[in-house]
Design a protein around this ligand. Structure first.
Ligand SMILES: [Cu+2]
Length: 193
């Protein structure tokens, strides 16, 4: 009688211990799971100087994880509207840019280069001039809702003046087709020095 009681108590104590350690393991694995932001680095981030209107941010985004990651949006204090853009040649042979469907995908163990004439982060509606040497803070948001703050350094660049192809979403905003811009055929696609 006494023996049986002791044995039961001991077994249930073991069961409790097992349950506790399972919970501990679960908690541990959930807090140590890495986010897309944890796996991402941005090399040489920079933004093109501008007085007002549109400009763009560039850099090399590297994914150190074993899975593709997706950047779905970006924000910055320097502009009220930010879009993720790609630049492509249209049917007429002119380069134009438009928001990219599905965001920027950075392949597992690989990188995605944002550069003039290609993928870029579009800053629209800039009202405060961005001067060479300024630091512009850009926050990237990933598909898992994690975020990464990047400090882009402003520098002068004469290219990246592609026509914008998504104008219907930009009510009442100066899209930067300013009179001082070079015409499309003098666009500086070779100038990514
Ligand atoms: Cu753009």
């Amino acid at each position: 009688m006494t023996f049986t009681t002791l044995r039961t108590t001991r077994l249930s104590r073991l069961a409790v211990l097992a349950a506790v350690s399972t919970v501990a393991l679960a908690a541990c694995s959930s807090t140590s799971a890495s986010t897309a932001a944890d796996s991402t680095t941005v090399t040489d981030p920079w933004v093109k100087t501008v007085d007002e209107g549109m400009t763009a941010a560039f850099g090399v985004i590297t994914n150190t994880s074993g899975e593709d990651i997706t950047i779905v949006s970006a924000t910055t204090d320097a502009a009220p509207t930010v879009e993720l853009h790609e630049t492509a040649m249209g049917d007429d042979g002119a380069m134009s840019m438009s928001p990219i469907d599905g965001g920027f995908v950075v392949p597992a163990g690989g990188s995605l280069t944002l550069e003039p004439g290609s993928f870029h982060i579009m800053l629209m509606g800039v009202t405060e001039p961005i001067r060479a040497g300024d630091d512009v803070n850009v926050t990237l948001t990933f598909s898992d809702d994690s975020t990464l703050d990047v400090t882009a350094t402003a520098k002068d660049f004469t290219g990246a003046n592609e026509d914008y192809d998504g104008g219907d979403t930009m009510d009442g905003m100066d899209m930067g087709h300013d009179s001082t811009s070079p015409s499309a055929d003098s666009m500086n696609m070779e100038g990514d020095s």
